[in-house]
Write a protein that binds this ligand. Sequence first.
Ligand code: ATP
Length: 434
Amino acid sequence: MGHRAGLRQLPPFRELHPEVRKALEVARCAAAPSPIYAVGGYVRDLLLGLRNVDIDLVVEGDAIAVARRVGQRLNIAVTPHPRFGTARLRLSEGITLDLATARSEQYPEPAALPEICPAPLLADLARRDFSTNAMATRIDRHRFGPLIDPLGGLEDLQRGQIRVLHDRSFIDDPTRIFRAARFEARYRFAIARDTLRLMKAAVRGRVIRNLAGPRIFTELLLIGKEPSAPLAIRRLSDRGVLAALHPNLAELPAAFGLLERMRRVLARSRSLPLLQSPSPGEAYLHAMLYPLHPRTVVAVVRRLNPPRRIAEKLVADLDACRRTARQLARAVDLRQSRMARLLDPLSPEARVVVLASLERGSKRRAVSRYLTYSWKIMPELRGKDLRHLGFPPGSLYREILAALRSAKLDGHLGTREDEVSFVRRRFARAALQD
Ligand code: ATP
């Protein structure tokens, strides 16, 4: 299962991206004489031999001060978060460096945000979500130190299992239920038996109810960014987590086919230039909500309580998807110009939902062809050409250019000359009138 066969030692520095190597060395110097550690998912993925561009570093001291020194040395901006004692630096090529002060956490009440206080590294590891995410290694001069693994993370990584570190873990922080499904699906790991029991007990104990909507929303978006999102969503559904969000989400199994088709659409869209790339996180959320009654959609969105702009977009997009699906269901004319009229006004996410919602057949082919190929087709003539042809500037241009594009989309216009004669023929009167 998963990557167990590929499990390896921490790599030598020469195997790291040069940018990362340099940043680690600079961070080590900036923290000296205190030690600095790589921790969490970054260490997990080093052991799995997987690329991870989000580097988490921990110091037993003032991480923000260390981050400022790193920023100065590398001449890059630092974004500090004083409340959490953390700071972020963005290196090139999407690499981020997060520095944190080692801390322990107290949960004032279930599912609330924790109160934090500085602590030794080992306490910082013990407050983490899963054993596989609770390993560290010191950054030594030009190499990683030995693996620091007080909680059995390496063994769990070898077994391919996700295990919480204490019995209250899911009660303290129910977002871990979502995180577990995400890692389970991403690495094809199993949830350890005791951990699954604790998770189910927590869901039965209604911990999800106490969880703030935006935190759930964030977790769902993170899941949607994973190529394995449908599996993670299925697991959440099987465990009654989604039904705990809203009873009507219990109907989600009906949408599994749609989620799977969405996975294929998004996978293809990574290699094909789609008419504007959709955000995968949002696209999956759309797909989850699409089969629900509009009133239920509004209720679920209210529960998730995302930023207002996003909430409004979600509801509007889903309305537009349903409308477009109805129009498509009735459509006899499947020309590309018709597809343009149907799909151009939609958001990128709504477009992929429409595509994923179609079963195999001529309609799906027409939509797919438009989104992956035809959308690029534009007339050669521009406004200035219309002026040369004697058309007075004005709102007519928009009409002419739209007509040109439609005709071109439907294969009636090959060359620039074709376009010129089309415009002369079709809009002759308009040109003469003025
Ligand atoms: P990814 O590969 O998706 O980025 P990650 O494990 O790096 O996964 P992050 O969300 O970047 O996850 O968090 C970094 C580390 O912080 C985790 O590896 C884990 O040790 C710790 N962590 C994150 N979220 C939680 C949480 N809810 N509870 C406890 N520890 C957490």
